[in-house]
Design a protein around this ligand. Structure first.
Ligand SMILES: Nc1ncnc2c1ncn2[C@@H]1O[C@H](COP(=O)(O)OP(=O)(O)O)[C@@H](O)[C@H]1O
Ligand SMILES: [Mg+2]
Length: 297
């Protein structure tokens, strides 16, 4: 099957800033691909290229964007002084639907995202989560085969986020190719495949489970044993002195530690060491070489 979105050796610079370098990425119909990375990694540039808003400096995109794309950004993309119902009909009309088509399709989509009971509310008066659901409905009202979302959950509370991701997955299940960027590593787990973007380069693109399996380290949690008065500072110190330790990071009341594989689990006095599954952030830290930077710095 032909990919709906394909980046072939795509680079993009802004003056001296190389925002993206040699991106190779394809999204199939029915697939949701997530691109994660911190601020400045190049996520928005990648989304804008995929949506055809921006052209590449080198390489090419296939197929060329033909306007058959739904595009949703993290920032406000609706008309705040129009109601929910007016917004979706407006977007339908802008994308060439007849008034009847816009109304019928709009109602179906509002029911789907749970906003039909709120149709007469001004969109400017919606919560962050409801607003993004409306923006999603507006982005697909014209049945685009491709849906691009740039950091869509930034202003959405954690509970509503899960809801939003379920709706997105539904979009892929209907056959759309979905490309979504996010700074939240845990959210990327909802995607069929995940690309890790670091300083404009895709470090890896694979299923989240595969990325985590590839991690060569053993992840453990170091926590003060019950009944001790050791605090997190003490835990950080103890973690730093663990044999085979590659990097440490505060987590809850304890410290998350990456150990070289095969390191025997010997908890320091007053602490417990519990093996924990690796997550995408661990994979990112490993692939980006951030652990080496921390150790060198
Ligand atoms: N229009 C622009 N003009 C100049 N620099 C830009 C522009 N857009 C993005 N950049 C730069 O490109 C890099 C990647 O930015 P961006 O794609 O916005 O990353 P992210 O969305 O991951 O935070 C940053 O260094 C940013 O400053
Ligand atoms: Mg951005």
């Amino acid at each position: 099957m032909d990919a709906s979105i394909r980046f072939i050796g795509v680079s993009r610079s802004f003056g001296a800033v190389q925002a993206l370098r040699g991106i190779e990425l394809a999204v199939q119909p029915g697939e949701m691909v997530g691109v994660v990375g911190p601020d400045g990694a190049g996520k928005t540039t990648l989304a804008r290229l995929a949506a055809g808003v921006l052209g590449p400096s080198a390489g090419k995109l296939q197929p060329e964007s033909r306007g058959r794309v739904g595009y949703l950004t993290g920032r406000y993309s609706l008309y705040p002084d129009l109601t929910v119902w007016e917004n979706i009909r407006f977007f339908g009309r802008v994308h060439g639907l007849s008034p009847a088509q816009a109304a019928a399709g709009g109602q179906r989509l509002l029911e789907w995202v749970g906003l039909w009971p709120f149709r007469d509310r001004l969109s400017g008066a919606l919560s962050g989560g409801m607003r993004q659901k409306l923006a999603l409905a507006c982005a697909v009202v014209h049945h685009p085969p491709v849906l691009i979302l740039d950091e869509p959950t930034t202003a959405v509370d954690p509970v509503a986020r899960l809801d939003f991701w379920n709706l997105l997955r539904g979009q892929a299940e209907q056959g759309r190719a979905v490309l979504v960027t996010t700074p939240y590593m845990d959210e990327a787990e909802h995607c069929h495949r995940v690309g890790l973007l670091h300083q404009g380069r895709l470090l890896a693109l694979d299923r989240a489970s595969s990325l985590k399996e590839r991690l060569p380290w053993q992840m453990v949690l170091l926590t003060p044993a019950a009944g001790t008065s050791l605090n997190r500072m003490a835990a950080m110190r103890a973690a730093g002195e663990l044999r085979g330790q590659r990097w440490t990071q505060p987590q809850g009341t304890g410290v998350r530690v990456a150990l070289e594989p095969g390191t025997p689990l010997a908890p320091p006095p007053g602490f417990e060491l519990t093996p924990v599954p690796s997550n995408l952030e661990d994979a990112y830290i490993w692939l980006s070489g951030a652990a080496e930077e921390v150790r060198a710095g």
